[in-house]
Design a protein around this ligand. Structure first.
Ligand SMILES: [Zn+2]
Length: 341
């Protein structure tokens, strides 16, 4: 029995944490399909309540292009992911900005962090014609740039966990003539480059000296392409933690030092807010961007919008419902102040 009242009740329940925020231009409004009956149209529904103690999606992609599979997202599905994220109020932010506690999205929007592991060609491919180089519009970088062009409020932000010495086609995106150029190009475009070891080494099976060699050498080769580039984060190959965390965080080998501010896992669900007391940057969970996991977690936040990180639009304040104030770190980083409601 889906009468008018129950339908309306369901719709309101589904948007339980939504409310109307004046006429603020930056606010996301959720449009509802018109009811089948002649009921008066529902009001424009409202932005999500700010909750900067909520959880953040860090999505993890591997191969882009080809047939959809466990480690492959087809081009069509990757485009559909961006479209769905956009419609559901998610906007890409740089992982470095999350770590810095600098999430500057307009009110009502939620951050999503896009990550790409293993530097395969479908992530960033050049097409060379008569000496001219173009970014393949069907590679992840090309798709992100085009989506940003048509949706200017959806920034082209992502972190690429590259392999500097893997067997092809995984060494720096698989086009040897353009390795350095691509790394510089990524940085110029505002993307981030992260450490994924030299060749996907399993750090759980490595001694400390090997770990330092793998991580420092990867940084050295990245910096040969992009001098001075700060490699801020490490994604663990296979999600495998070494017996001791210390050499994965910081160290030196062969004259190159490294210091990772965060270590990413391969699974584990949505991440905590960087403003949460329990936020642990050295155990950052991710969500594999395959259909089942995307449906599971986007569905989860649609049903439980109160669990989702929602920006207040003010980078200098951390706004949370009073009931969630106990989740916050004290003190908050930088000059940020807590605002409760
Ligand atoms: Zn990997």
């Amino acid at each position: 029995m889906a009468g008018r009242v129950s339908r309306r009740t369901l719709l309101l329940a589904a948007t339980g944490a939504l409310y109307l925020l004046g006429g603020a231009a930056a606010v996301t409004r959720v449009a509802l399909a018109p009811a089948a009956t002649a009921a008066p149209p529902l009001p424009v529904l409202p932005a999500r309540l700010p909750n900067e103690a909520g959880r953040i999606l860090i999505l993890e992609y591997h191969r882009i292009g080809g047939d959809e599979g466990r480690w492959t997202r087809s081009v069509e599905n990757f485009r559909a992911d961006l479209d769905r994220l956009y419609r559901e109020g998610y906007r890409p932010v740089a992982l470095g900005d999350v770590l810095d506690g600098r999430i500057t999205l307009p009110a009502g929007l939620s951050p999503v962090v896009l990550t790409f592991d293993d530097s395969s060609p479908g992530q960033f491919r050049y097409m060379v014609r008569d000496g001219d180089i173009e970014i393949d519009p069907d590679s992840a970088v090309g798709i992100l740039l085009e989506f940003h062009r048509t949706h200017p409020d959806f920034a082209a932000k992502a972190t690429f966990y590259v392999l500097p010495a893997a067997a092809q086609p995984h060494r720096f995106f698989g086009q040897p003539a353009y390795e350095h150029r691509k790394l510089r190009h990524l940085v110029e475009l505002g993307f981030e480059i992260g450490n994924h070891t030299l060749w996907h080494h399993n750090l759980a099976r490595a001694d400390a000296a090997t770990i330092r060699h793998q991580l420092a050498s990867a940084v050295r080769i990245i910096q040969e392409a992009v001098p001075g580039y700060p490699v801020r984060t490490l994604a663990l190959p296979f999600g495998a933690y070494p017996a001791e965390l210390a050499p994965a965080i910081a160290g030196e080998s062969g004259g190159t030092t490294y210091r990772h501010e965060a270590i990413l896992m391969v699974a584990g669900g949505p991440a905590l807010s960087p403003f949460a007391a329990a936020f642990d940057p050295f155990h950052l969970p991710r969500i594999q961007a395959i259909s089942a996991e995307m449906d599971r977690w986007l569905g989860h936040f649609a049903r439980r919008p109160e669990e989702r990180f929602v920006s207040d639009g003010d980078p200098d304040a951390v706004t949370v419902p009073r009931s969630r104030a106990g989740l916050l770190r004290t003190p908050l980083p930088g000059r940020v102040v807590a605002r409760l409601y």
